[in-house]
Design a protein around this ligand. Structure first.
Ligand code: SF4
Length: 345
């Protein structure tokens, strides 16, 4: 018997080919898309629009894969962290962040990450593997299914991994999230540590998706220390690429600045940062570090955080202090690691 295909793993044209080869009219491909991406069918038997005979014939040729929920933790602030297990038993995390009128899902693009940012637990894992497009989209499908009748309204690619290192799969996933699931590109933000060539490609492959850049320093010396990627793409190169990044009217690049005590949190840093931002359409999210025991880095005092913000605002910049949510369940920025029993253990 031929190997059954995973309907979530095939791209658009292959899905059409599959229905043709199965002797089905073309509209069946559209129905499959509808049931998988809008009704979150987890098995062909759930597609009740198809006759029993058709469902059973299809089940002989294909299946629908699903992320396995390994754990679900809820923070006192309403944030929820989902640990998913993949077909090869690797694990990833996604974080659901409720806000007044928004329900944002922070998704992962890789198992682990090669970028090695000092303040981040995921970076400590190193890169284990890239996620496939369907594994990226499946985080949205799985969480939507779990939270029914609510639906995710916004997506941020800020979970495990550097999305621009896996841009082919990320772009295909974004296509499905927007084209199949109806989430507007305006409601999607991709965050990068600063992979300049990937930023250029992103503008071509997924135009109109919002860009966030994890900046975190005002000099190359400081940034080299905490973000090794800066040795390849130093501040001048990175900010030149940001200036060229195509932005629609009214849109801005978000710069994330994790404040680390004694490392990048002085008023001089703030003044230099304000200078670096000149001529950029941007807003700055100032994020006091979520410390974890393995980094030895510390969170600055509230006063330092406020003084830092004051300098930026005084320079005419939009700068907001963002407290990461879900700290009590290790769901906050830089805390994702999926540190559960690993493959084979
Ligand atoms: S902050 Fe992002 S890019 Fe840096 S190590 Fe962590 S996951 Fe990777």
């Amino acid at each position: 018997m031929a190997k059954r295909i995973n309907l979530k793993a095939v791209p658009r044209d292959a899905l059409l080919r599959f229905t043709e080869e199965a002797g089905l009219p073309g509209f069946r491909a559209g129905q499959l898309v509808h049931w998988i991406y809008e009704k979150y069918a987890s098995d062909i038997s759930e597609i009740t629009e198809f006759s029993k005979a058709l469902r059973s014939a299809l089940a002989g040729l294909a299946y629908i894969s699903n992320l396995r929920l390994a754990s679900r933790l809820r923070s006192s602030d309403g944030t929820e962290k989902f640990l998913f297990s993949l077909e090869d038993e690797e694990t990833i995390e996604s974080v659901l962040i409720p806000d007044e009128d928004r329900l944002t899902l922070c998704i992962s693009s890789q198992v682990g990450c090669a970028m090695g940012c000092k303040f981040c637990l995921t970076g400590k894992l190193g890169l284990i593997r890239n996620l496939k497009a369907f594994e990226i989209v499946d985080q949205v499908i799985a969480v939507n299914r779990l939270i029914l009748p609510r639906r995710i309204t916004n997506i941020v690619l800020m979970g495990m991994g550097e999305p621009l290192s896996n841009l082919g799969e990320v772009a295909e996933a974004l296509w499905r999230i927007t084209g199949y699931m109806g989430i507007s590109k305006r409601r999607i933000t991709l965050s990068t540590a600063g992979l300049v060539p990937g930023m250029v490609l992103l503008a071509q492959k997924a135009p109109e998706v919002n860009l966030a850049v994890s900046l975190n320093a005002s000099t190359d010396r400081e940034r080299d220390e905490i973000m090794p990627v800066n040795k390849r793409y130093p501040l001048k190169t990175l900010l030149a690429a940001c200036r060229k990044f195509p932005l629609r009217p009214g849109r801005k690049i978000t710069f994330e600045y994790v404040l680390i005590s004694g490392v990048n949190d002085s008023v001089d840093d703030a003044a230099r940062l304000a200078k670096l931002m000149r001529g950029l359409r941007c807003k700055i999210n100032v994020i006091p570090l979520n410390p974890h025991s393995e980094s030895g880095l510390k969170r600055p005092s509230d006063r330092t955080v406020l003084e830092f913000q004051k300098v930026l605002v005084g320079s005419g910049l939009t700068a907001l202090i963002r407290e990461s949510k879900g700290q009590d369940i290790l769901a906050a920025c830089g805390q994702l690691r999926a540190d559960y029993p690993k493959k084979g253990s």
